[in-house]
Design a protein around this ligand. Structure first.
Ligand code: SF4
Ligand SMILES: [Zn+2]
Ligand SMILES: [Zn+2]
Length: 309
């Protein structure tokens, strides 16, 4: 086996053939740049906040977005949210901090404990005690998104870069299908969201067409310091369940994940048309933008009896 482009030693087999490390790095970067151009994810005037978990995907997204922004003298900063998962998030954010120091990127960390007074695990304990029907990951996602949007807006960002890859997106599409959440399907795509509002910072996904395997290999070949292990709570999540099933289908029918993404992209414009009519209000409790009178995070924190600064 040889690299189809330079006849070098291959490191990966893609649909189009084998690639060596140098050609693969080039292929990966070009794919990300093409996604940014094709979907007009951002322009020179945007201030970019990169939402960083500290994992491989956000690191790859941060590295490439920062590369473009540097050439254009455009402002980029990284934001890590610490939900308080010990031995996981703290390690990832430490990696992220080192990375940002090395590359001269402004980096901020906001902790759940600073905003909600408790870690995600402590909040989940309260939820179980009070019989509030919510999963650890749903709670985590709702509270994290609120912190990210508010922080990005208050620090002048006009776009929020997230490192979601093709596998994540295929999972999200199928999760919405399985749950019958057709309205949520309208929010998918490289620039998600069906309704725009001045206080919502649009999220953009430069790794939208990059698979998990490709992003993993890219960060390895680039020598980034990354903790390649998932959050311990992921095992029990619906996402993990869907992921395993999609992987099973992909193994027997290669190309399934890409097909999910291609079909999702065909559906999104129609769904956006149907579901972009709602009005965005200000949450009565925290003032953040919300589709309802009270936003999701205030609703859940209220049920838990936890205040929200
Ligand atoms: S796996 Fe769940 S609990 Fe862990 S960081 Fe992700 S959303 Fe939060
Ligand atoms: Zn090559
Ligand atoms: Zn609120």
């Amino acid at each position: 086996m040889k690299c189809i482009l330079c006849k070098g030693k291959p490191v990966i087999e893609l649909q189009q053939g084998h690639l060596c490390s140098k050609c693969f790095i080039d292929y990966f970067q070009k794919k990300v740049y093409k996604t940014i151009r094709k979907h007009k994810l951002f322009d020179k005037k945007d201030v970019l906040c990169v939402g960083c978990s500290g994992g491989k995907d956000s690191l790859a997204a941060l590295y490439l977005v920062n590369k473009i922004a540097k050439e254009r003298n455009q402002k980029v900063f990284a934001l890590g949210v610490d939900e308080g998962v010990k031995g996981y998030r703290d390690v990832q954010l430490e990696d992220m901090k080192k990375f940002c120091d090395e590359h001269g990127i402004e980096f901020h960390i906001v902790k759940f404990t600073d905003v909600y007074g408790k870690t995600n695990e402590q909040l989940m304990k309260i939820a179980r005690k009070k019989g509030v029907d919510i999963s650890q990951c749903t709670l985590c996602g709702i509270l994290r998104r609120k912190i990210m949007n508010r922080f990005a807006r208050e620090h002048g960002a006009t776009k929020m870069v997230v490192g979601h890859n093709l596998d994540d997106e295929a999972q999200t599409a199928m999760m919405n299908m399985f749950k019958g959440s057709v309205e949520l399907m309208a929010r998918l795509g490289p620039i998600p969201g069906s309704i725009r509002h001045k206080d919502f910072i649009p999220r953009i996904k430069p790794l939208y067409y990059c698979t998990n395997e490709e992003t993993h290999l890219y960060t390895k070949l680039m020598g980034f310091s990354v903790l390649y292990k998932p959050c311990p709570h992921r095992k029990a999540s619906f996402r993990e369940y869907v992921d395993k099933n999609i992987e099973g289908v992909e193994k027997d029918y290669p190309g399934t994940k890409s097909a999910i993404i291609q079909n999702t992209l065909k559906l999104v414009p129609m769904l956006k048309n149907e579901y972009s009519k709602g009005e965005i209000k200000e949450c009565r409790s925290c003032g953040e933008p919300s589709k309802n009178v009270v936003c999701k995070s205030c609703k859940v924190l209220d049920k838990l009896g936890v205040s929200n600064s």
